[in-house]
Design a protein around this ligand. Structure first.
Ligand code: LMR
Length: 398
């Protein structure tokens, strides 16, 4: 049957890694996919996870199925991170959490669940957004609409246009927003800007769908969840797709969560019953290992402290490499102002490099950057930073 069918294009992000692996240039640099790397260029297993895994192996007694929403203690641990341990949302049972295969699994679970009850709803996504967002929601049958977000001139958010657009989103539509460390731009809404967004969501009745994949990579676990707390305090319906890929380094364990918040415990119970049906016909129940490892860390005070330190270490390394990249370009006489890269948050730098430059760097220097100019800053190391700065400086002069 495949004879008449054309091959699909490579994935915009993961396809770059496939091309990178085939590249024979020993100096090649992968600044594509968003995975943390240490200064030696490896993606480490966090020490807290190593310890947790040892504990798990010793104490685990079964590989029997988890319940459809996963281990209830995992859900409780996720909720403490999302809302804070003293949150009213937790006390009043207004939230239900399902352990999902990664953040992507959470996004798809949420997309399918909301589609069932709002079949005509559109999903609104930021311009630009993570390359896979449109794919996930299109696959779930949604029509996609765009809201203005990144301002390439000011390197900030197009706040007024964003607000105007959100005011016009019809009730029942879904608005997908990045809680922190916006992917790909690294530019976030702050404080009162979020208050305004929450106020509009409440007044207009659209459903906020929060994508929270980088908790801890902005300022801290607590500060990064500020927007989630604001939505929670509003007493409205919203959902959160969260991920432990980045902050626990559990990329290949596919460890994420889908959390539903409603105005009452009764509504949340109903929503959870339907989410369970959605999961059952999709992947049945979640993979256990990553979630149990993360839970082991969250449940142990010493491991939790170690985790907080390790997240801070990752965050600080990325910030340091931002500065080295910007300073390295200045030192090479590059006239274009890249100082905004130092202000961007999270793993990525929306570099401002054109697609032509991105292609030139791949073809001539074996430096892999996502189309649109998104650089994984965590891919820069003391070994490759000079090579990358030299290459960008040369590309800009070419
Ligand atoms: C990224 O944006 O690079 C990561 O979230 C990995 C992925 O799945 O695309």
């Amino acid at each position: 049957m495949w004879k008449e069918i054309e091959a699909a294009p490579a994935d915009a992000i993961l396809g770059l890694t496939e091309a990178f692996k085939k590249d024979k240039n020993p100096g090649k640099v992968n600044l594509g996919v968003g995975v943390f790397k240490d200064d030696a260029g490896t993606t480490p297993i966090l020490n807290c996870i190593k310890t947790a895994e040892k504990k798990l192996v010793e104490t685990e007694t079964t590989k029997g199925y988890l319940p459809i929403p996963g281990n209830p203690a995992y859900g409780a641990g996720v909720q403490k991170l999302l809302f804070g341990a003293d949150s009213e949302v937790i006390r009043s049972n207004r939230a239900a959490t399902l352990h999902t295969p990664g953040g992507t699994g959470a996004l798809r679970t949420g997309a399918d669940l909301l589609k069932k009850f709002k079949p005509a709803a559109k999903v609104w996504v930021s311009t630009p957004t993570w390359a896979n967002h449109k794919g996930i929601f299109t696959a779930a049958g949604y029509e996609i609409a765009d809201y203005p977000y990144y301002n390439a001139e000011t390197k900030g958010v197009k706040y007024d246009e964003l607000i105007e657009t959100l005011e016009g989103v019809p009730a029942g539509d879904v608005v997908l927003m990045h809680v922190c460390c916006h992917n790909p731009t690294g530019v976030d809404l702050v404080g009162e800007q979020w208050d305004k967004v929450v106020e509009i969501a409440k007044a207009k009745g659209w459903t906020p769908f929060l994508d929270f994949a980088y908790q801890g990579f902005g300022d801290s676990i607590e500060e990064d969840r500020a927007a989630v707390e604001k939505f929670a305090a509003a007493g409205i319906d919203f959902v959160v797709a969260s991920s432990f890929s980045k902050n626990f380094g559990l990329y290949n364990e596919r460890t994420g969560a889908f959390t539903i918040v409603t105005p009452s415990a009764e509504e949340t119970a109903v929503a959870l019953s339907h989410a369970k049906l959605t999961v059952r016909v999709n992947y049945s129940n979640p993979p256990a290992h990553g979630g149990l490892a993360a839970l082991t860390v969250l449940a142990d005070d010493a491991l939790y402290e170690q985790w907080i330190d390790e997240v801070a270490g990752m965050r600080d390394r990325i910030k340091a490499m931002r500065a080295k990249l910007v300073d390295g370009l200045v030192a090479r006489g590059v006239e274009q102002d890249f100082s905004y890269i130092k202000e961007q948050r999270g793993m990525f730098s929306f570099s401002g490099l054109s697609d032509d430059i991105v292609e030139w760097l791949k073809v001539n220097k074996s430096i892999y950057i996502v189309k649109g100019g998104r650089i994984n800053v965590a891919g820069l190391t003391s070994k490759n930073i000079d090579y990358v700065c030299d290459a960008i400086a040369e590309a800009l002069k070419a």
